[in-house]
Write a protein that binds this ligand. Structure first.
Ligand SMILES: Cc1cc2nc3c(=O)[nH]c(=O)nc-3n(C[C@H](O)[C@H](O)[C@H](O)COP(=O)(O)OP(=O)(O)OC[C@H]3O[C@@H](n4cnc5c(N)ncnc54)[C@H](O)[C@@H]3O)c2cc1C
Length: 303
């Protein structure tokens, strides 16, 4: 219930305004968000690289309402690729389609995504299109397939909690698409998604095996030690090298596990989010682990 309430609150614009303009909550957001500026994100990226971890940079934002805001987001992503190259960082980029105008027009959004992928290709880099709530799944898969037909430098995300995900994986693999597998972070109805953790985990393992044995380079995104152990076991059973896939984790979460994977010689990429629009992302992180909420409430009243 708490998870549902936090996910519902993540969509509340008035609360977002209050939380993101309050000094204390802004400071607390640094637990999950690298900062509000690209400069801060680049510094976080450098620290990760120095520790043997690659990065994917995300300028936070979603559900923009105007073409001008979507174009501004596109320009920011172009700038991020330029900065990554200039600073010689081991990093690529993740973005959300509703930040690039998917709610306004799929064609307009596709034009912006194509220009970002073109810039990624110019630097031999990569654009990962994050997956948002299930009302966008069909449009996201369709758009990524169209852009992937033009360039190999784009991939997307599949959420293990959705019933449809196995079919989406088969569909995307037919296009040679690289996939990040995650459990799924949104509030979804039982008609489209598994509700119980055990069911989500079982589907995660099934989809992970499908990806690992597909012959393409995919990303296994989780902080769950059981999912990680299953992945390592599957790779060993199928003679899949440590260089043929990567683990991914979120900035600030399970840094102990992050260090252990690097020490054991696995490829690890950290998702580093930054920007002013951090409220929905922050609330999803609280929802994933309600114990986080107690921690933040205690710190808020202490400060
Ligand atoms: C790199 C990356 C990219 C992602 N991209 C997307 C995306 O595009 N779309 C999408 O819907 N979701 C995305 N997610 C989020 C994902 O769907 C899950 O909500 C999130 O990763 C938690 O699931 P878990 O696999 O870590 O397992 P869980 O079973 O939720 O957690 C396992 C353990 O990890 C730790 N943990 C997990 N979350 C937290 C937290 N917030 N704070 C503290 N500890 C925590 C706890 O120790 C917990 O016991 C992404 C996740 C990662 C790692």
């Amino acid at each position: 219930m708490l998870r549902s309430a936090l996910l519902k609150l993540s969509e509340t614009k008035s609360l977002a305004h209050w939380v993101t303009s309050n000094r204390t909550t802004r400071e607390m957001s640094h637990r999950f968000v690298a900062g509000e500026t690209l400069h801060e994100a680049i510094e976080a990226c450098r620290v990760c690289n120095d520790q043997g971890m690659a990065v994917t940079l995300d300028c936070l934002g979603e559900n923009v309402a105007t073409t001008a805001d979507a174009q501004k987001a596109r320009d920011t992503y172009l700038e991020i690729y330029d900065r990554i190259a200039k600073e010689k960082l081991i990093a690529n980029v993740s973005c959300k389609l509703t930040q690039l105008g998917l709610d306004i027009s799929p064609d307009f959004c596709e034009g912006l995504v194509s220009s970002v992928v073109e810039r990624a290709a110019a630097y031999e880099s990569f654009l990962r299109v994050d997956m948002e709530s299930s009302m966008y799944t069909q449009r996201t898969v369709a758009l990524v397939k169209r852009v992937r037909a033009q360039s190999p430098c784009v991939g997307t995300v599949i959420q293990a909690y959705l019933y449809r995900s196995e079919i989406d994986i088969q569909d995307l693999l037919a296009y040679g698409c690289r996939i990040r597998l995650c459990k799924g972070a949104y509030k979804e109805p039982q008609e489209v998604a598994f509700a119980r953790k055990a069911e989500v985990d079982a589907n995660y393992v099934k989809l992970m095996r499908l990806l690992l044995t597909s012959g393409f380079y995919h990303a296994i995104a989780t902080h769950d030690p059981r999912m990680i152990a299953e992945t390592i076991r599957c790779a060993a059973q199928n003679n899949i090298s440590k260089d043929d896939f990567e683990f991914q984790m979120l900035y600030g979460i399970r840094t102990d596990l992050q260090r252990r994977l690097v020490r054991d010689g696995y490829r690890l990429r950290i998702y580093v989010p930054y920007g002013h629009e951090w409220f929905p992302y922050f609330m999803r992180r609280l929802a994933e682990r309600p114990a986080n909420l107690g921690f933040f409430v205690r710190n808020f009243f202490r400060s």
